[in-house]
Ligand binder design. Structure first.
Ligand SMILES: [Zn+2]
Length: 316
């Protein structure tokens, strides 16, 4: 029961303290790539903690054993034991239902999100093969459109798409910055980051944490791509290109595309022009806390689960 209390406390702490702290943390603008992975760690640890909480409720007293084999059968025996104790049946059923529901919902929702994204990307590629053409000069697909638009279609053959209006609107350096931005999306497989975050939001949309996490992942992937464009062409050039493209969005590509403009454009332009806000020692301390706690939990949870699986489930 101690394990269940610890896991429940972690869920409360992470949901009510760590997530709001990370959502407001200024340091994430300095290191968006680290912040991106930290969001995955944080939201992933919440799902893992909920599953482990269910298992801990179902098997409050794990028998001792050093035998690693036959653990599944042994865990069934442990469950049978839990069902024989007063109140154990209800608790074990509740725990197993919680663990199974959370795990099944997370896995199925991420898979559904991946399927829809892949299908939309495939449909959009088919459309592009009819209405677009390959332009060797910019190494991208070009479509005739009056709105300046630039986006990428991730996948095994990642494609960058520019509208004719974008080619006319952007000068050479801005176009190079936009292409560097889109290549960073493709290289970093930001589509997979977004699929994971949207999958968790789809699974647990009633929990605000996962919507916050999805919005953060969308924003941070843009910052990572902006930084790549800045390194190659300078931040002011990227800011100028983002502003020129701000009136356009990826046309009807939904979740499959990552446009160069459109996600928190004003904040991105301000960051590119002025640089990220300065960091105070207090903000650094809070930032370190938000990093260390979930990272420590993630490692402890995985290690503990492995050890528990090896040592706590008897063969006889
Ligand atoms: Zn982008």
């Amino acid at each position: 029961m101690t394990t269940a209390l610890l896991l429940g406390s972690y869920l409360l702490l992470a949901g009510s303290v760590l997530v709001p702290l990370l959502a407001r943390a200024v340091w994430t603008q300095h290191t968006p790539r680290l912040a991106l992975w930290l969001w995955h760690l944080l939201t992933g640890s919440l799902v893992l903690a909920a599953v482990l909480l269910g298992l801990a409720l179902a098997m409050p007293r794990l028998p001792e054993s050093t035998q690693p084999t036959g653990w599944f059968h042994a865990c069934v025996l442990a469950l049978q034991l839990a069902y024989t104790t007063p109140g154990g049946a209800a608790l074990a059923t509740l725990g197993l239902a919680l663990a199974g529901l959370v795990l099944a919902r997370a896995c199925s929702s991420v898979l559904v999100e991946w399927y829809h994204t892949a299908r939309q990307g495939r449909d959009h590629r088919q459309t592009l093969s009819v209405v677009g053409w390959w332009d060797e000069r910019v190494a991208a697909t070009v479509v005739e459109h009056a709105t300046p638009v630039a986006y990428c279609l991730p996948g095994r053959t990642g494609d960058i798409v520019l509208s004719t209006a974008a080619l006319q609107t952007l000068d050479d350096s801005e176009r190079a910055a936009v292409l560097a931005h889109e290549r960073a999306h493709l290289r970093g497989r930001h589509d997979l980051h977004r699929i994971w975050a949207r999958g968790l939001e789809r699974a647990f949309g009633c929990v605000a944490v996962f919507a916050t996490g999805r919005a953060a992942v969308d924003r941070l992937t843009e910052l990572v791509a902006d930084d790549a464009g800045s390194r190659a062409n300078g931040p002011l050039t990227v800011a100028s290109a983002v502003l020129r493209l701000a009136q356009g969005n990826a046309p009807a590509t939904g979740r499959a595309a990552a446009a160069a403009a459109g996600t928190a454009t004003a904040a991105r332009v301000r960051r590119l022009m002025d640089g990220p806000p300065p960091l105070s020692p207090w903000r650094l301390l809070v930032g370190a806390l938000v990093v260390v706690v979930p990272a420590g939990f993630g490692i402890a949870a995985v290690t503990g689960s492995v050890l528990a699986g090896l040592a706590c489930c008897p063969v006889h």
